[in-house]
Ligand binder design. Structure first.
Ligand SMILES: NC(=O)c1ccc[n+]([C@@H]2O[C@H](COP(=O)([O-])OP(=O)(O)OC[C@H]3O[C@@H](n4cnc5c(N)ncnc54)[C@H](OP(=O)(O)O)[C@@H]3O)[C@@H](O)[C@H]2O)c1
Length: 327
């Protein structure tokens, strides 16, 4: 990407999108195209097509999606499949019709088969049953990857999916109804400190292993991928007709930690001095979820923000925004 190229960041106010805008701006990219949800509902096909027809972006980061934790996925399955399919359909079709140089579609580590071996390699996609609680979201994302692959095969587009692990960082969603585990822990420990509660209850046994990547590292990885030379980028585009690895690449920290360790870290960072209790009657989910990031490391990228450092930065942003972003 040249610094004057027009770069569309779909979902620029979200966790990943806002980190992308920050990273792109820091790296000298001055021609960013952004629309809020109020300005353009991405499920509106004609609206999306008009945006591409008028603005003709050179590059697209597709970081807009309906995203949430187990509770939200269980409560609104129809919204998760419908909205995500619509956003992808509209943007991918428009990016083909008004050709862009490259497009990066945000997939997710949680769409790999539930029982896939660990760490998760790219070739495990579509090899087994999905986790039932987020299946509608996963099916939408899998369709998005298949769409990228199909456009690449039929029209020689350059659409690639990045598969992030669990992300966290400034601007995260701290609403306990639909947040992910790390922001939920930050909020719970902070509130327990303020309210001087004797203990914090963490769902599950604390033994599952999970991987976390700081959102600005994720954004750096996305920009890195978008800037690979043609040979490297094209080697990931899933050129095989009917088999082979789809056009995707894992993006993760390369290491995981137990939820118990994570809770200890959040307690330390927030300065809470009470106890941690684990409610083992709550579901644990998979025992381990770790991405194999060797493909990305071999290309020359690795995460730089340690977990403790990242939680410090996320907590600082949480405190700054307290009152405006916390439901
Ligand atoms: N967060 C994670 O841990 C994680 C992990 C793996 C993969 N991912 C993937 O990374 C991508 C970005 O996730 P995120 O965590 O940054 O999500 P996010 O914080 O919820 O941001 C998503 C953005 O998309 C916008 N959006 C949603 N529906 C829209 C619509 N119909 N029209 C216009 N804008 C719409 C949202 O705007 P409003 O808020 O105004 O609706 C929001 O700004 C997603 O594809 C997600 O699946 C995230």
């Amino acid at each position: 990407m040249r610094t004057k190229d027009k770069i569309y960041v779909a979902g620029h106010r979200g966790l990943v999108g806002s980190a992308l805008v920050k990273t792109l701006t820091r790296n000298g990219y001055t021609n960013l195209l952004c629309r809020t949800h109020d300005e353009l509902d991405l499920t509106d096909q004609s609206g999306v097509e008009s945006l591409f027809a008028e603005e003709r972006p050179d590059y697209v980061f597709l970081a807009a999606a309906k995203v949430g934790g187990i509770h939200a996925n269980n409560t609104y399955p129809a919204d998760f499949i419908h909205i995500n399919l619509a956003i992808q359909n509209n943007i991918l079709m428009a990016a083909h019709k008004y050709p862009v140089n490259r497009l990066l579609f945000l997939g997710s580590s949680c769409i790999y088969p539930k029982a896939a071996p660990q760490p998760l390699k790219e070739e495990y996609l579509n090899t087994g049953p999905l986790e039932p609680t987020n299946r509608p979201y996963a099916v939408a994302k899998l369709t998005g990857i298949e769409q990228c692959w199909s456009y690449n095969r039929q029209y020689a587009t350059r659409f690639l999916a990045a598969m992030p692990t669990n992300l966290y960082g400034p601007g995260d969603n701290y609403n306990l109804e639909n947040s992910h585990v790390l922001p939920a822990l930050i909020r719970k420990f902070h509130e327990a400190k303020v309210n001087q509660s004797a203990s914090v209850v963490v769902w599950g046994s604390g033994t599952p292993m999970r991987e976390f990547l700081y959102s600005e590292d994720m954004a750096e990885a996305c920009v890195f991928l978008m800037n690979l030379d043609d040979q490297q980028f094209d080697s990931m585009l899933g050129s095989d007709r009917n088999d082979g690895i789809p056009p995707l690449i894992n993006v993760g920290a390369g290491k995981d930690c137990a939820i118990r360790e994570l809770a200890e870290l959040v307690r330390e960072v927030t300065g809470y001095e009470g106890d941690i209790q684990f409610d083992a009657s709550r579901p644990d989910g998979s025992p381990r979820k770790l991405l194999d990031v060797s493909r990305l490391s071999n290309l020359g990228w690795q995460a730089t923000t340690g977990l403790k450092q990242g939680i410090h930065s996320a907590y600082a942003a949480y405190l700054t925004n307290l009152g405006s972003s916390v439901a």
